[in-house]
Design a protein around this ligand. Structure first.
Ligand code: ADP
Length: 209
């Protein structure tokens, strides 16, 4: 985050004199305590300063990038996941292609008659099926999908950073977000590279509250 001149001055005063009360910081700058209140609130929320009752403000010693990393490590999958697009396993490859276009997604999750996750279908899986001279409307997706137990999953409470690591390691575009159900997994979300990009932009623009 960009600090104002005054905020930089406050940090320097606290570094040199901390622990120091808000009143004393205001004296150093010949300002009133009330004028400084928003700056002190910002510096405390951002993690540069900490305040203890009856002691005052002190410098946490954390650099901007340390604070950024701390924030990033708190992001959870559930805060960034999208709605999952799901098809049943006996749907045709042709219909799966239509669903991908209509829903504007690159990855479909495949479920069985109980609504449990059985596979993942990517664009390339469908392209591969299209290369042969086969009738796409007669090929069910369960023949061409990647199937359980080889599906990489994540949970809503997982760290976004861990999910991102899985995307890189497995070289895939998305993960199903799942919750345990009786005898299987229920798909409750979709976490893709786009969600990770959004989180990165929020972090960089300091919009994450
Ligand atoms: P694309 O094929 O469009 O490049 P991906 O890189 O995501 O998309 O998919 C590559 C392969 O990995 C496909 O065969 C797909 O079925 C499989 N795949 C995609 N996501 C997963 C996942 N979460 N777990 C296991 N396999 C996956």
């Amino acid at each position: 985050m960009e600090l104002s001149n005054r905020q930089e001055q406050i940090i320097q005063i606290v570094k040199d004199n901390g622990p120091i009360t808000g009143e004393n910081i205001a004296d150093h700058l010949s300002l009133t305590r009330a004028t400084l209140r928003p700056d002190l609130a910002i510096l405390t929320m951002a993690g540069f300063l900490d305040a203890r009752p009856r002691v005052g403000y002190f410098f946490t010693g954390k650099t901007g990038s340390e604070l950024l990393t701390e924030k990033l490590k708190k992001f959870k999958v559930k805060e960034y996941q999208s709605i999952p697009i799901v098809v049943e396993e006996d749907v045709s490859a042709y219909d799966a292609i239509c669903t991908m276009f209509l829903e504007d997604v690159g990855t479909l999750f495949v479920t069985n008659e109980h609504g449990h996750l059985v596979g993942v279908l990517s664009r390339k899986d469908l392209l591969r099926a299209s290369i042969g001279n086969q009738d796409l409307s007669s090929i069910p997706v369960h023949i061409i999908m990647t199937r359980m137990p080889n599906i990489t999953i994540c949970k809503p409470e997982d760290l976004l950073l861990d999910a991102a690591q899985k995307l890189i390691e497995k070289q895939i575009d998305g993960l199903p977000v799942v919750e345990p159900a009786e005898n299987g997994l229920e798909v409750i979300g979709r976490l893709t590279k786009t969600n990770i990009t959004k989180a990165l932009v929020e972090l960089g623009r300091d919009q994450h509250l």
